[in-house]
Design a protein around this ligand. Structure first.
Ligand SMILES: [Zn+2]
Length: 422
C-alpha cells in the first residue's frame, strides 16, 4: 500500500459509465418505465429533480420518440373539469426486442415491445446431435421466426436480441467460455449470433436470465438485494445488489454449485471434490438412487424418469429414497445458509425444474438453513419457491435485450461488446 497518496488522490475511481453514475435522463426514463404511467409532478417528487429539469428531459425523450404523453380519461362518474390530466408513458411501438432461451431439448423465444409487453412466443423441440455454433444459430433463427410470426412483427423491426445459454458465459465480452450446448470453448458467440441474426445479440447464462425475469417482471421489482438459486442439471445462482444484477469481474461468479460443502467429498462433474452440486444436482441423486433402489440408471434412459421414480418411491414411504432427498436437502440448507451469511439478501427465490421435489425445501431444510445462519437478531430472508419454465427464462432474455438497448439509446452501455455499438 502506498501511504503517500498526495498527487494520486484517494477514494474509489468510478468510471463515467459506471452504474453508480446514472444520468438524470436514465433515472427519469427508468422511473417512467417502472411506473407504467406517471405524471410529471410525480417524477419530480419521487426523484427529487426540479420540475424544470424534468420537463426539459421529458421533452428530449419525447422528441427522441422513446416516450409519449397520454391523456388519462376521467374515471366513471368523475366530473370533467378543464383539460384532462396528461401522463407520461413509454412508447410501446418505439422498438421491439426478442428473448431466446436454448437448452438441450427445446428452444423458446418471446417478442416484446419497448414497454416490456409480451407480444408472442414460440418453442421448438430439437434433438440434433450437432453442437456447432452454426447449427445452434440455425435452430435459434427458426424459433425466432416462429415467435415473430406469432407476434405480427417483422425480423427487420427487431433492435436487440437477448440469448441465454447454460454454462459459463462472459456477458460483457459476449463470450461463451464453456457451454454444454456448444462443441467449442472460448468462442465470441454474441458477435457470431449478431451476424447470423442480423441484429445486436447479447448473451448471458440462463440463471442470470431467470434472475432478470424476477427483477423486471416478478417479486424482485420491489426488492433491492435478492438472490435466486436454481436447481436444474446443476445448481445456479443469480444475485441482485442494489437493483442491479451482479456478474463479477469476469462474468463467471455465483457458482454456488461448486462451493465446497465437504473436504475430499463426492466427485463433482467439474472434476473437483465436495461441491454442493455433487450432493444435490440431478446426477448426484441418480447416483444415490441407483444404489438405494438397486437399478442400473443407464437402463432407465432419461434422467428425469429416474428422478420421478425416486420421488414417487420417497412419497410412498420408501425409506432409502426418502433419505436421499432429505440428505440432499441438508446440503442445500448449507448452501443457502452460506448465501445468506455472505450476501444478507432480503429474499431468496428457489427456482428450476427440480423444485418439484418438495423435500428440498420442506420445513426441516429451512430450519437447518436457519441453524447455520449467523443470528445477528436479523429477520430471516423470505424464502420463496417460484414457478419456472422456459417461457419465464426467455422473458428474462428479453429483459436483457431491453436493458442493453435502453443503455445504448440513452448513451451508456454496460457492456463493451461490439454488437451493442450499432
Ligand atoms: Zn464442482
Amino acid at each position: 500500500m502506498d501511504n503517500n497518496a498526495g498527487a494520486k488522490g484517494v477514494g474509489p475511481l468510478i468510471a463515467q459509465s459506471s452504474e453508480i453514475s446514472r444520468t438524470l435522463k436514465q433515472q427519469i426514463f427508468e422511473h417512467v418505465r417502472g411506473a407504467g404511467l406517471c405524471a410529471r409532478v410525480d417524477i419530480s417528487s419521487s426523484l427529487q429533480i426540479s420540475p424544470a429539469t424534468v420537463t426539459s428531459i421529458i421533452n428530449e425523450l419525447i422528441q427522441a420518440g422513446f416516450i409519449h404523453e397520454v391523456t388519462t380519461p376521467p374515471r366513471e362518474g368523475e366530473p370533467v373539469r378543464g383539460r384532462p390530466p396528461v401522463s407520461i408513458a413509454i412508447r410501446n411501438d418505439a422498438f421491439y426486442v426478442a428473448g431466446i432461451k436454448t437448452n438441450d431439448k427445446t428452444h423458446t423465444a418471446v417478442i416484446m415491445d419497448f414497454a416490456g409487453n409480451m407480444l408472442g412466443s414460440a418453442d421448438i423441440a430439437h434433438n440434433s446431435a450437432s453442437r456447432s455454433a452454426s447449427n445452434i444459430l440455425n435452430e435459434v433463427n427458426a424459433v425466432l421466426q416462429h415467435a415473430l410470426n406469432a407476434s405480427g412483427i417483422e425480423h427487420t423491426q427487431l433492435s436487440a436480441i437477448g440469448l441465454g445459454l447454460p454454462g459459463l458465459i462472459d456477458c460483457a465480452a459476449g463470450k461463451v467460455i464453456w457451454s454444454p450446448m456448444l462443441d467449442q470453448q472460448n468462442i465470441a458467440f454474441a458477435s457470431l449470433a449478431s451476424d447470423a441474426l442480423g441484429c445486436p445479440v447479447y448473451i448471458d447464462n440462463d440463471t442470470n436470465l431467470v434472475t432478470l425475469a424476477e427483477l423486471w417482471f416478478g417479486k424482485g421489482r420491489t426488492v433491492s438485494d435478492f438472490a435466486v438459486v436454481t436447481i436444474e442439471h446443476g445448481i445456479g445462482m443469480g444475485l441482485v445488489v442494489n437493483h442491479r444484477i451482479y456478474r463479477g469481474a469476469h462474468g463467471v461468479g455465483m457458482e454456488l454449485g461448486h462451493t465446497k460443502v465437504q473436504l475430499d467429498g463426492a466427485l463433482c462433474r467439474c472434476g473437483q471434490r465436495g461441491c454442493l452440486e455433487a450432493y444435490v444436482a440431478d446426477y448426484a441423486l441418480v447416483r444415490e438412487a441407483s444404489t438405494a433402489l438397486n437399478f442400473d440408471p443407464s437402463e432407465m434412459g432419461d434422467i428425469g424418469l429416474v428422478l420421478d421414480r425416486l420421488f414417487d418411491e420417497a412419497k410412498s414411504g420408501h425409506e432409502a429414497a426418502t433419505t436421499i432427498f432429505k440428505r440432499a436437502g441438508r446440503y442445500l440448507a448449507t448452501g443457502l445458509a452460506n448465501v445468506i451469511n455472505l450476501f444478507d439478501p432480503s429474499l431468496v427465490i428457489l427456482s428450476g425444474a427440480r423444485m418439484q421435489y418438495d423435500f428440498l425445501y420442506e420445513d426441516e431444510v429451512l430450519h437447518e438453513m436457519e441453524r447455520q445462519t449467523l443470528d445477528w437478531q436479523r429477520t430471516r430472508p423470505d424464502i420463496e419457491v417460484h414457478t419456472w419454465g422456459d417461457l419465464l427464462w426467455a422473458q428474462g432474455a428479453a429483459a436483457l435485450a431491453l436493458s442493453e438497448l435502453t443503455e445504448t439509446l440513452l448513451g451508456v452501455s454496460y457492456t463493451n461488446q461490439s454488437a451493442g455499438a450499432n
